[in-house]
Design a protein around this ligand. Sequence first.
Ligand code: FE2
Length: 445
Amino acid sequence: MTDVLTDRGDAEQLRSRIAAELERTRARTLLLTEAVDDADLVRQHSPLMSPLVWDLAHVGNQEELWLVRDVGGREPVRCDIDDLYDAFKQPRRDRPSLPLLPPAEARAYLATVREKVHDLLDRVAFDSRRLVADGFAFGMIVQHEQQHDETMLATHQLRAGPAVLHAPPPPEPAARVAGEVLVPAGPFVMGTDTDPWALDNERPAHRVQLPAYFIDAAPVTNGAYRDFIAAGGYDDPRWWSEPGWRHRQEVGLSAPMHWRPDGDGWAYQRFGRWDRVRDDEPVVHVCFHEAQAYAAWAGKRLPTEAEWEKAARWDPATGRSRRYPWGDDEPTSAHANLGQRHLRPAPVGAYPAGASPLGVHQLIGDIWEWTATLFRGYPGFAAFPYREYSEVFFGDDYQVLRGGSFGTDGAACRGTFRNWDYPIRRQIFSGFRCARDARPEQAHR
Ligand SMILES: [Fe+2]
């Protein structure tokens, strides 16, 4: 599906794939918003998050703007609400005081827009216009809704009250995974020109030369993180960057978000339930500063974004960069903990089939991984379809996160996918793994 589709059979295949992705995604959106009552939908559960009903109608509004109006050239369904659901015009903290569509009206709006989109999908020609080639705009809208589904899941995690979401536990470990993996020095291709639904910030593909480095075979676990806490890591400024220490002091960080002491150990709250902290799960709900402090305490550092991507995509046998650590095939439940199938990270070793050729595990799914890199455009970056997608976020404010979490859908996650957030954020499903430089004599082991 890398070329513009002219063949009729291919176009029909693409149409049905898009329709299936739209349906699958909408089912998740409805599940997340129907799990709570209307009072809960319009409430703001944290100043960091929108009321769920805002996300709901915003998803419909973006679908209307890009597909119904831009691609379809149709009359607006409702242009009176564009400003209300413009993420740039309305800061999250102010959203609950806006005259938002009530839940029933928001649901009806989504359904109306979706009906028009199905109508459009039946007729659209996937010609060479960049917005429609390979169904890009449809893919962008699927990914956008999936991203809001993850945001809504994070809102659920912040919500007080009894549990309303249910999912089976992730698989138990099937392999023993520990230690580090040596990634040899040399070039690799970062980013992509060919992934049809890749977003502007993942492009263009470009060659990056890296010295040899070690990267952890698995994300940092709760057990390892507890050692950092027990060793006084939160009270020792030696391990923290200057802004990190300042932030730690200001807000009184002392453990990951959603943790509380429990007897001689720790418990964590997950979607309304309290459990004893499990040592072999990747740590989640830590901010960049905490990740960086842990890495310094462990005598390591966070990987750069390029190091993360080389570990995830580079195939030493061919020198090629794959779409995913395991190859080019779409993720299945055997490869990675994605798509809200389980509502927590899986223990380390649970996905041997998802490991990279070098033996790095759980790069995709489970937790977003903080990297040492600030969010910038790749050499030759060109904003598409609009500057507000990525470019306005480039600069010194946002750290890149990679790999997706248990809350991320497979459609919005691949080896090239880039997420970004403020270094103080930890309401997202964020964890990390460590890396370190390899000394020259270790580089060709
Ligand atoms: Fe959005």
